[in-house]
Design a protein around this ligand. Structure first.
Ligand code: Z5A
Ligand code: MG
Length: 205
C-alpha cells in the first residue's frame, strides 16, 4: 500500500489480552508498516510507566495519566514524519486507552481527552471487543496493575461508549487469530480504496 499519498495511521484498541499485539504484528507485516506501541516502555518516561504498571512504584492518577499522554506526545513528530513519507503506521493502543483507563478510575473524561488534544488523529481505529470473562484466562492476565476483572469491566464500558462517539470499527475478539486478521485486512483495504486520505487531522481539537 505504498504510493505517493501519505501513509495510513491505524490503531488497535481493546481490553487486556484481546489480541492487539498479535494483530499489530500481522497487520504491520502485511502493510509493510511501522509498528508502534503505547505505552512505549523504551523511553525514560516509558520506564516510569512500566514500573507503575508492574506495581514497583505508586503514582497518583492525574500524574500517571499525564505521563501516558506525554509518552504519546514524545512520538508525535515520528508519527507525522512517517506518515508524510508515505509509510503506514500500525499502533498498539493510543489515546483512547488513556481515556478508557483513567476515566474508569474516576477522572473526568473531558480532562482525560484534553491532554491528548492535538495529537495526530488515526485514520482507522479497530476495537477488538470481547467480554473480560473470556480473556482473563489468556497469557499471564493478572500480572500487572490494571489486570483485574472488575476494573477491566469498567474500562470496557468506556471503550463501548467511545466506540459509538468516535466511530471505532468493532471486531469480535473471540474468533481465531486468522479470522480476526482477515476481517482487519478487509476493513483496511476498504478504507484504503474508498476514503479520501488528505492531511493528517488532529485528535479532539
Ligand atoms: N494504559 C493506560 O492506562 N493508559 C494509556 O494511555 C495506555 C495504556 C496507552 C499496558 O498495556 C497497560 O497500560 C494496559 C493499559 C494501560 N493495562 N491493562 N490492562 P499493554 O499494551 O502493555 O498490555 P495489554 O494490552 O494490557 O496486554 P497484552 O498482554 O499486551 O494484550 P494484547 O496485546 O491485547 O494481546 P496479545 O499479546 O496479542 O495476546 C495475549 C494472549 O492471547 C497471547 O497468549 C496470545 O497468543 C493469545 N491470543 C491472541 N489472539 C488470540 C485469539 N484470537 N484467540 C486465542 N488466543 C489469542
Ligand atoms: Mg500487547
Amino acid at each position: 500500500m505504498k504510493n505517493n499519498r501519505r501513509g495510513l495511521f491505524i490503531v488497535l484498541e481493546g481490553l487486556d489480552k484481546c489480541g492487539k499485539s498479535t494483530q499489530t504484528e500481522l497487520l504491520s507485516e502485511a502493510l509493510e508498516a511501522k509498528k508502534m506501541q503505547f505505552p512505549d516502555r523504551s523511553t525514560s518516561m516509558g520506564l516510569i510507566i512500566s514500573d507503575y504498571l508492574k506495581g514497583k512504584r505508586d503514582i497518583n492518577d492525574q500524574v500517571i495519566h499525564l505521563l501516558f499522554s506525554a509518552n504519546r506526545w514524545e512520538a508525535k513528530n515520528t508519527i507525522i514524519e512517517t506518515l508524510n513519507k508515505g509509510i503506514n503506521i500500525v499502533c498498539d493502543r493510543y489515546a483512547y486507552s488513556g481515556v478508557a483507563f483513567s476515566s474508569a478510575k474516576g477522572l473526568p473524561i473531558q480532562w482525560c481527552k484534553q491532554c491528548d488534544s492535538g495529537l495526530p488523529k488515526p485514520d482507522l481505529v479497530i476495537y477488538l471487543r470481547a467480554p473480560i470473562k473470556q480473556l482473563k484466562d489468556r497469557g499471564d492476565f493478572g500480572a500487572e496493575r490494571y489486570e483485574k476483572q472488575e476494573f477491566q469491566q469498567q474500562v470496557q464500558e468506556v471503550f463501548d461508549k467511545m466506540a459509538q462517539e468516535e466511530q471505532f470499527n468493532i471486531i469480535n475478539a473471540i474468533q481465531t487469530k486468522e479470522e480476526i486478521f482477515s476481517q482487519i485486512m478487509e476493513l483496511t483495504n476498504d478504507y484504503s480504496q474508498n476514503a479520501l486520505i488528505n492531511t493528517i487531522e488532529q485528535l479532539w481539537s
